[in-house]
Design a protein around this ligand. Sequence first.
Ligand SMILES: Nc1nc2c([nH]c(=O)n2[C@@H]2O[C@H](COP(=O)(O)OP(=O)(O)OP(=O)(O)O)[C@@H](O)[C@H]2O)c(=O)[nH]1
Length: 329
Amino acid sequence: MTDRPSPPSSHEAKVVAGILRDAEGRILLAQRTRGEHAGRWEYPGGKAEPGESLEEALRRELEEELGVVIGGISALIEVPQTGARGPWRLCAFEVQAFKGEAHGREGQALAWVAAERLRAYSMPPADLPVTAALLDPACYAITPDLAADRTEALVRGLDRLIAQGSPLRLQWRLPQWERSAAIGLLAAQLARLRAAGIEVLLNGEPDEARRLGCGLHLRSSMLATVERAELYGLDAITASCHDASELARAASLDLDAVLLGPVASTATHPGARPLGWEEFVALRARCALPIYALGGLVPEDLPAARACGAQGIAAIRGLWPDQARVASG
Ligand SMILES: Nc1nc2c([nH]c(=O)n2[C@@H]2O[C@H](COP(=O)(O)OP(=O)(O)OP(=O)(O)O)[C@@H](O)[C@H]2O)c(=O)[nH]1
């Protein structure tokens, strides 16, 4: 587990937002009536006032804007951003219960939206990571770098991932394997992975992923050269990023998420300089893509990652089940 990040700086403006659900599980959006994002939809809330805790701010805003009194809340994600007026942070909370019937007390339109329809609503950029935190897996596993004769060990690892039964993204990365063998094994495993709710992204070429009908992960070298048109018709697309220019490139291609790291030092990439959480936050603040924090992280790091604006963690060792047995088995 990594050291916890330092608390957000006090000169950073805070905006609180609540995720409210109705009896059918639909989520409440409010339409902005003024300012830069007028007409766009957002999670209801507003700016915290000086001296107010985030919970107090959320309670006040939701009462003022919607006429509801909220019960318990839990942190979903914080999204540090850099705006024209300086640093600010969108702090999104799941609202476990509320009293009263939500209505637009400030003339704003409201909509109860089924989770899978959220992305059909135009939202401010800072909301992209909030929506991704609601809809997409928090864990992004990467296959271990096994030798080409280790098919059985790999399949045993997949069995265990499936048995865990939690939502997951899985990057299929087998650099030591013949291309045809790596793709052949994925083709044979894809249906059962998908049936278990595991979303597979091939570390490879767009055409290969299209033929398999799975997602695609772009190495940073490919991110630099790939054209948007080559990515047409693919499921989820992610990319490896290490700095602000790669993040900007990923954003210009409108990718679904990126992996940013290494946050801490890792056994698999011993020479790479770790970013640490502070630099991670500084980079995250300059773009609005969903970002998985990568490098030396384990599931216990998830709350810290979410507090730094990460969608979750990406890892080989930290997420591959029973790594020790795979390595020696
Ligand atoms: N409430 C809310 N604000 C958001 C979201 N996403 C996002 O970028 N924002 C931005 O955060 C800021 C929130 O300010 P606000 O105008 O709602 O807050 P307020 O009513 O307390 O402030 P005001 O009285 O200065 O207008 C706006 O610039 C808004 O566009 C979101 O999901 N919910």
